[in-house]
Ligand binder design. Structure first.
Ligand SMILES: CC(C)(COP(=O)(O)OP(=O)(O)OC[C@H]1O[C@@H](n2cnc3c(N)ncnc32)[C@H](O)[C@@H]1OP(=O)(O)O)[C@@H](O)C(=O)NCCC(=O)NCCS
Length: 146
């Protein structure tokens, strides 16, 4: 698996992944992704294919001993091959190495591929955040001990 820290050069490819992975109202902007890349307490990881194309991205934060998985997206035709899981796993390894004890995330409960990906890595449901994604759309909060 070719996973590396994202660079500013990857931004256009990351935005293309964002478009492929989320509906219009749910997409992060160029400014949001630029902020992720520039933030000192973030790790943004990308996965390249054999031709050097970016086919997956994930971003993680660290605050004291808590890390958050903020986003993970894999290109539609590359899903189901363990790429999303490997990106999250790499972020968990980083978070543990820099002192985090837990990783948290929010996910729509109806996002079955994402929930499955997180469960495979040991994340379990903690609680729900009401209306997190808009009125009537709760978030499932999941966590794993690192
Ligand atoms: C979530 C996502 C990153 C997973 O990436 P991926 O590379 O396919 O992940 P993996 O291959 O590691 O694991 C996917 C798992 O979901 C399962 N899956 C796929 N579709 C599914 C479905 N409709 N219902 C239940 N499980 C499903 C796969 O079978 C696999 O589990 P398995 O290994 O037990 O078979 C990818 O689906 C994606 O980019 N989705 C759009 C963006 C998104 O929703 N991101 C998460 C919220 S930020």
């Amino acid at each position: 698996m070719i996973i590396s820290a994202a660079r500013v050069d990857d931004l256009d490819a990351v935005l293309a992944l964002e478009e492929s992975g989320f509906a219009v109202g749910e997409r992060w902007s160029r400014e949001s992704w630029t902020a992720e890349l520039e933030h000192p307490d973030r790790l943004v990881l990308v996965r390249h294919d054999a031709r050097g194309q970016v086919i997956g991205v994930a971003t993680f934060s660290l605050v004291e001993d808590m890390s958050d998985l903020l986003r993970v997206v894999v290109a539609p035709d590359s899903r189901g091959r363990g790429i999303g899981g490997s990106l999250v796993r790499a972020g968990m390894d980083w978070a543990k190495a820099v002192g985090a004890r837990r990783m948290l995330l929010e996910v729509r409960p109806d996002n079955a591929p994402a929930v499955r990906t997180y469960q495979k890595l040991g994340f379990t449901a903690l609680n729900r955040r009401r209306d997190y994604y808009g009125t009537g759309v709760d978030a499932l909060v999941m966590a794993v001990r690192l």
